[in-house]
Design a protein around this ligand. Structure first.
Ligand code: GAR
Length: 191
């Protein structure tokens, strides 16, 4: 199963996927390409570290969504990589029907809350400010409804006395790093 990772940030989840691949824990999945919409994103540096092609794709003209020419460029890039699975690992743009239909049923997203609670931006901060006792992370299929697609798996994280927003953030990231490679491996085995 050929996996393409899209990300906008530091890429700690992409690194967890690639580390799982190196240790033989990614099932029949293989990361073939990393693309970012941010030219200076840390995720692009993982390419050299793990020996996987990584490149910036220009997302213009929009700032928060992928539509128009940028969408066309991303569709062409992911098609060229012959992706069987597109993994959004911190890709901070809303996908529109053009991209979603081009890879229907093949796009999964990682979100830092227990969906359907706290969709959208800053899922960790939203949960923290609402003072819930349990939050976590979710991997789900991507549909036109933002953070609304069918859930593949979740990990719950408890907010305990003494936690801070920083310690909660660390716990959720650790949960994400464990969960996402397992979901990808499971999808690759069930194809
Ligand atoms: C992750 O926490 C992921 O859940 C979040 O971005 C972070 C990316 O971190 N995604 C979203 O908030 C999507 N709505 P990373 O670049 O270190 O993998």
């Amino acid at each position: 199963m050929r996996v393409v990772i899209l990300g906008s940030g530091r890429g700690s989840n992409a690194a967890a996927i690639l580390a799982a691949q190196q240790s033989g824990a990614l099932g029949r999945a293989r990361v073939v390409q990393i693309f970012s919409d941010q030219p200076a994103a840390g995720i692009l540096a993982l390419g050299a570290r793990f020996g996987v092609p990584a490149s910036f794709v220009d997302p213009a003209p929009f700032k928060t969504k992928l539509e128009g020419e940028g969408e066309t460029r991303f569709i062409a890039a992911v098609r060229d990589a012959q992706a069987d699975l597109v993994v959004l690992a911190g890709f901070m743009r809303v996908l529109k029907p053009g991209f979603l239909n081009a890879f229907a049923g093949k796009i999964i997203n990682l979100h830092p809350s227990l969906l359907p609670s706290f969709p959208g931006l800053d899922g960790i901060g939203q949960a923290w400010r609402r003072r819930v006792k349990i939050t976590g992370c979710t991997v789900h299929y991507v549909t036109p409804e933002v953070d609304g697609g069918p859930i593949l798996d979740q990990t719950a994280v408890c907010i305990e006395a003494g936690d801070t927003l920083e310690s909660l953030t660390e716990k959720i990231h650790a949960a994400e790093h464990a969960l996402l490679p397992v979901v990808i491996a499971r999808l690759s085995e069930s194809r």
